[in-house]
Ligand binder design. Structure first.
Ligand SMILES: Cc1ncc(COP(=O)(O)O)c(C=O)c1O
Length: 362
């Protein structure tokens, strides 16, 4: 129940995702003691408190507690658009990579995706997306730009507030609204020193997740103008996401915001450490300067070996990684995996690489 697992040679070190962090004793206590009502009847006081607190943190009029980051994104698409509209986003963002079927099914929108090099959607890429197609009143009209920060696929890269502000000017000129998928925006804030409120100014609606680095068991928030959040509440109910005594879960999210933001710097340091340790072996190619938050992406350079095979072999050595592409894996640092665990994981992976590819120095 505590934050960190004591290590033995048999302990599995699970670096597949930051969603794997477990509840701490303090978090369980506030959940048990949460003041609850029925949120569907508008009467859950802890949920009201969470929503009010998040709206203030993000500088928005209102906020809605949702079951997941995916639901927050899907509600945002739904309230910003009408069926048949177009949404511009990056190919690698979660909303396209993992939610394109949901976007088509629920909001009935078409995604117009661009391939940025580093996960940063620039005004130039936006212009490209707008101009690459013939625009006539009979065709899909672009309405919304969907952004992501940090960028999961690109090693948890932080998109700077300046870059978001430049894009914001261009989207407003083009008459488009913006949703920012900030599943890990708190990581971006800690890594960059930019407040959540400053990031909040760069988009009309913003979502953040509580069950990633913040280590709550569940949930996300969608913040924005009252009118849109009211509509989102109606769609949340229609999607089956209305919760009754949600205060139990809102209490965990509030606890996470109070206790687990500052410690994210530790996760970021551990991701850097893991990168530096693995770089000692030529089997791993890692762009260390891209590790800005808690996600490390490594290319496995072993002739005839796929990333999937390496990930399987690593699991056999007690280190769980996530396959990312045919040649790369992802490791995510989080509460419950401390510096000692990171050093042990690195040692196991270096030993495995020696065995599979030959030692770094002959
Ligand atoms: C950037 C981003 N957005 C949204 C999500 C979806 O969050 P959830 O798993 O809570 O649906 C994730 C999940 O990893 C994510 O990385």
């Amino acid at each position: 129940m505590s934050g960190t697992v004591p290590l033995s040679e048999y302990t599995k070190i699970d670096l597949r995702s930051d969603t794997l962090s477990l509840l701490t004793t303090g978090m369980r206590r506030v959940m048990a003691e949460a003041d609850v009502g029925d949120d569907v009847w508008g009467g859950d006081p802890t949920t009201r408190r969470l929503e009010g607190h998040c709206a203030e943190l993000l500088g928005k009029e209102a906020a809605l507690f949702t079951t997941s980051g995916t639901l927050s994104n899907q509600l945002a698409l739904r309230v910003h658009t009408a069926p048949g509209d177009e949404v511009i986003t990056d190919t690698k963002y979660h909303v396209n990579f993992y939610e394109s079927a949901a976007s088509a099914g629920l909001a009935s929108v078409a995604l117009n995706t661009v391939d940025s090099i580093d996960g940063v959607l620039t005004p130039e890429l936006l212009d490209f997306a707008l101009q690459r197609k013939e625009r006539k009143h009979l065709y899909a009209a672009p309405k919304l730009v969907c952004l992501e920060n940090t960028v999961n696929f690109h090693s948890g890269r932080v998109v700077s507030c300046d870059s978001l502000r430049r894009l914001r000017r261009r989207t407003l000129d083009a008459g488009l609204t913006t949703h920012l998928d900030g599943a890990r925006l708190v990581n971006a804030s800690i890594a960059s020193g930019v407040s959540l409120t400053d990031f909040g100014e760069t988009a009309d609606t913003i979502s953040i997740c509580f069950a990633k680095g913040l280590a709550a068991p569940f949930g996300s928030i969608l913040a924005g103008p009252s009118e849109l959040i009211e509509k989102a509440a109606a769609h949340r109910a229609a999607y089956g996401g209305g919760l009754h005594q949600s205060g139990v879960l809102a209490a965990a999210a509030l606890y996470a915001l109070q206790h687990n933001i500052g410690r994210l710097a530790e996760d970021h340091g551990n991701a850097q450490l893991l990168g530096r340790l693995l770089c000692q072996h030529p089997a791993f190619r890692i762009a260390l300067d891209t590790i800005q938050t808690n996600i490390l992406v490594a290319d496995v350079s072993m002739p005839g070996l796929t990333a999937a095979e390496f990930v399987r072999a690593a699991a056999g050595e007690g280190v769980l990684l996530a396959e990312r592409t045919a040649t790369s894996f992802r490791a995510v640092t989080r509460l419950g995996v401390d510096e000692a665990a990171i050093r042990t994981a690195a040692q196991r992976l270096l030993t495995l690489a020696d065995r599979m590819r030959g030692p770094a120095v002959a």
